[in-house]
Design a protein around this ligand. Structure first.
Ligand SMILES: *Cc1c(COP(=O)(O)O)cnc(C)c1O
Length: 382
């Protein structure tokens, strides 16, 4: 029996090991110049500063921290409403409820599995202060349309781009345009810094706020000096959090970003191979993409119904091929069941019909073939 193929495998090769060791030997664990270098690399990947656009990157301790800080930087709090897809990772929902604001749940659309602009529009009230988008599995949501409808009403848009580091939307990197864009560099993400995240914003005020929020509300300039000379005067400006990113994490993140082009090219080619291998199987649907320009996070199939999804999942697991479900809608959880919401037919269908199969940054040919054979054998026998 060959080894099981997990759904996710982090790339932890020699470059990553060397970066971790170098950081440890450097003797400084807290945030510092390596964190600043990681921010500069995130900026490079996301096209920040290209075309003269003045945008900024702030690294954080996780994607959840990035989303929470982004919500706070927009000024969200009790009494406000934030429209967010019911189909998001729990972290996106929690980042809103942490502020005390009310979540309002919109549906997703069939094509991208991202927020449906028409559903968002139906939910807007004069309490709406922000809209959250998710670029599911790296496939861009309909950002331009949603930005346009938000800007017409003075509402900020927060992109949960945890799946989309390195994705191009109409040729522009995600993070190079828009309002606030949040990334995750957590354990399963395409680039991992063990734990980590980042916010990109085009607003200097929001940047200052996020820099202060991530160091316990301390005036951010002072906190940098405070590491070295403990006699510096500091001020506490607001309620803050411990959301900074340390040197060892940033060093691992830098080693990973250096490999990102290869990771993306590999993942894209595996997605395209899966799609070609399943093209004759009418039961298998995917997001509407050819993966060109996409930095693919997961390969997710949509089956005709829950029963087929569950049987295929069981079949794959018996063959040692990892397979898992996608998210359930927030309205199906205890904590968020009473949120105001639109009708959520696509969310409900996708959460029952979606199946995630293995996608890694580096996969052997035989591994890709085993996944393909596993799926095909369910439909056409082996
Ligand atoms: C991973 C993820 C997050 C949270 O990021 P962490 O780094 O795990 O805190 C948020 N949203 C989505 C869509 C994610 O996949």
């Amino acid at each position: 029996m060959p080894d099981d193929i997990p759904i996710f495998v982090p790339y932890l090769g020699p470059e990553v090991e060397a970066a971790a060791l170098e950081a440890i030997r450097g003797g400084w664990i807290g945030p510092g110049p390596v964190t600043t270098r990681f921010e500069a690399e995130i900026a490079r990947v996301c096209g920040v500063g290209e075309g003269g656009a003045d945008r900024r990157v702030v690294a954080t301790s996780s994607g959840t921290a990035a989303l929470h800080a982004a919500n706070l930087a927009v000024g969200i709090g009790p009494g406000d409403e934030v429209i967010i897809p019911a189909f998001d990772y729990v972290a996106g929902h929690q980042a809103v409820s942490m502020t005390g604001a009310d979540l309002v749940l919109c549906d997703i659309e069939d094509a991208t599995w991202g927020a449906d602009p028409a559903s968002i529009e139906r939910l807007i009230t004069d309490r709406t202060k922000a809209i959250v988008l998710v670029h599911f599995c790296g496939v861009p949501a309909r950002t331009d349309e949603i930005l346009a409808l938000a800007r017409a009403r003075g509402i900020r848009v927060i992109e949960d781009a945890a799946h989309a580091f390195g994705t191009l939307d109409h040729g522009r990197p995600i993070g190079s345009f828009g309002d606030l864009t949040c990334f995750s560099f957590g354990p399963v993400k395409i680039v991992t810094s063990l734990e980590g995240g980042a916010v990109i914003t085009g607003s200097a005020d929001e940047e200052d706020m996020i820099r202060s929020l991530r160091v316990l509300g301390i005036d951010s300039d002072v906190s940098a000096k405070y590491q070295r000379a403990r006699d510096v005067q500091y001020d506490v400006l607001r309620q803050g959090y411990r959301y900074h990113l340390g040197t060892i994490s940033a060093s691992i993140g830098l080693a990973q970003v250096a490999l990102l082009d290869t990771f993306i090219a590999n993942r894209r080619s595996y997605c395209q191979r899966y799609a070609a291998a399943f093209a004759d199987l009418d039961a298998i649907g995917t997001q509407d993409t050819d993966w060109e320009g996409v930095s693919p996070f997961e390969f997710v199939m949509r089956l005709p119904d829950q029963e087929t999804r569950d049987s295929l999942m069981k079949h794959l697991r018996e063959l040692g091929v990892g397979a898992g479900k996608a998210w359930i809608g927030a309205h199906e959880t205890t904590f968020y069941r009473d949120c105001r919401r639109d009708e959520l037919p696509v969310t409900e269908a996708v959460s029952r019909e979606a199946l995630i199969i293995p996608l890694h940054s580096v996969m052997a040919d035989e591994t890709v073939e085993r996944v393909i054979d596993g799926v095909r054998s369910f439909f056409v026998g082996s």
